[in-house]
Design a protein around this ligand. Structure first.
Ligand code: SF4
Ligand code: SF4
Length: 430
């Protein structure tokens, strides 16, 4: 059974569990050797287990219905519990994640229109709060900031004191995380937590995040998460998952807890069990989104395709168009490369080391002694795309692309990673 079919089966199981109120499901999962809280990937990579339930276990928790007033109360409850709320806002002509105070700050009645090198906000005919696809920014900057100071050192006489940067303590809440973004967080966890101690700054932020996921009700022209098995239906890695029913009377959300923290927050809110019809309507919203994906990644063994075509003429073709601006790496939720800078004051009394986002499209990023080893646009684009779709599998066992489409929308010349693969597959090098 493929991931999509598993997701569909999971929804069916939710309906069945509501109808029968049976307790048989937990035993069934145990009988199959499933250990709640440890996914197969995590077992393989020994990644610390999050408190959130894996996708399969979500079938055990029947969905509820939360009205718009209940959603407003949800935000207030998270604030009361000490979370800094981050969510979608309209800012500078895009949907951008920023601090929010209440549902009034969300992009009510807005949607986005996207294609290669093109993004515009448009008015919707309803008052949906989450009726857009994705903006240019992912959750990456809030967990893996563009600039992160690592330590400072002070010189006092002949002594040097080194002060590590304290780990952040703020509890964040992500409001409106999409399925592809949750998948990207999973990939970030693998890279930045890994098998060892990982990055302490990332770890400190990540473990305190409360995630309110929202199933997509609107796919953009550059979305292709369905073909990457990364969406549009959220499958795990959240505390609460919502599906917005903007046409429902009253405006409401089907909500499902994905963790004990999510269940605890939901218990503090006025809600009721969702009816089978409401669950079907929520399912239809996601299926409509799946059918409306603007693009699809060609199927097949992309690892083999790309590594067999490292000298394909298509790399020259794309290099003619690519500006090496690095936009695609900045907006990508799974591009995590950084470089390190040391800055000292002119008096020599203080020095600090910072880590900042870098990009495989800059000349300096591959500078070894004597110069850059990727001095052409061809080699840099090839590095980016083969790492996304092929060699990341060798490193972590997973594809590095979640199909969010940001690199297509925000590429100033509209280079489309799905189209590049299609071109290469259509005419493999001899
Ligand atoms: S490569 Fe492009 S589509 Fe894939 S995750 Fe990154 S930005 Fe999204
Ligand atoms: S592919 Fe597009 S966004 Fe990426 S570096 Fe080239 S021109 Fe910039």
């Amino acid at each position: 059974m493929g991931p999509d079919e598993r997701a569909d089966a999971a929804q069916d199981s939710v309906r069945v569990s509501i109808a029968r109120r049976t307790a048989a499901a937990p035993r069934r999962f145990r009988a199959r050797g499933h250990r709640p809280g440890r996914s197969r990937a995590r077992r393989r990579r020994n990644i610390p287990v999050s408190h959130r339930r894996p996708a399969a276990a979500l079938t055990l928790v029947p969905p509820s219905l939360l009205t718009l007033e209940g959603f407003t109360a949800l935000l207030a409850e998270l604030k009361r519990r000490g979370h800094r709320l981050l969510g979608p806002t309209v800012c500078d002509g895009v949907i951008a994640y920023a601090d929010i105070d209440s549902a009034e700050d969300l992009p009510r009645g807005w949607t986005d229109e996207q294609s290669g090198g093109y993004y515009r906000l448009r008015r919707r005919s309803d008052a949906a709060l989450f009726g857009y696809a994705v903006g240019p920014q992912s959750w990456k900057p809030f967990l893996h900031p563009p600039i992160q100071r690592l330590w400072r050192a002070h010189k006092s006489g002949n002594d040097v004191q080194i002060e590590p940067e304290p780990a952040p303590t703020q509890r964040l809440a992500f409001i409106g995380a999409r399925a592809c973004e949750l998948r990207a967080l999973e990939l970030m966890d693998r890279t930045l937590l890994g098998d060892g101690p990982g990055d302490p700054h990332y770890r400190a932020r990540r473990r305190q995040v409360f995630i309110v996921a929202v199933n997509c009700s609107s796919a953009s022209g550059t979305c292709f998460c369905a073909s990457m098995n990364a969406g549009p239906h959220v499958r795990g890695g959240f505390d609460l998952a919502l599906t917005e029913l903007a046409d429902h009377t009253p405006h409401a959300f089907v909500v499902q807890p994905g963790s004990d923290a999510g269940s605890s927050v939901l218990a503090a809110l006025a809600h009721r069990s969702a009816t089978a019809q409401e669950i079907d309507t929520a399912q239809a919203v996601v299926e409509r989104t799946r059918a409306g994906m603007g693009r699809a990644m060609p199927s097949g063994d992309l690892h083999a395709l790309l590594l067999a075509n490292l000298e394909h003429p298509r790399w020259d073709d794309v290099a003619q168009r690519c500006l090496a601006c690095g936009n695609c790496t900045m907006v990508c939720p799974t591009c995590l490369c950084t470089s390190v800078n040391d800055v000292g004051d002119l008096g020599g009394g203080e020095i600090s080391r910072s880590r900042r986002w870098d990009s495989c499209f800059t000349l300096d990023f591959s500078h070894l002694h004597g110069g850059s080893i990727r001095h052409s646009n061809r080699s840099r684009y090839r590095q980016w795309m083969t790492h996304k779709l092929a060699t990341s599998r060798d490193q972590s066992g997973d594809c590095g692309c979640v199909g969010c489409g940001r690199c297509i929308t925000w590429c100033p010349v509209g280079i489309d990673i799905t189209e590049e693969v299609r071109a290469m597959r259509g005419a493999p090098a001899g």
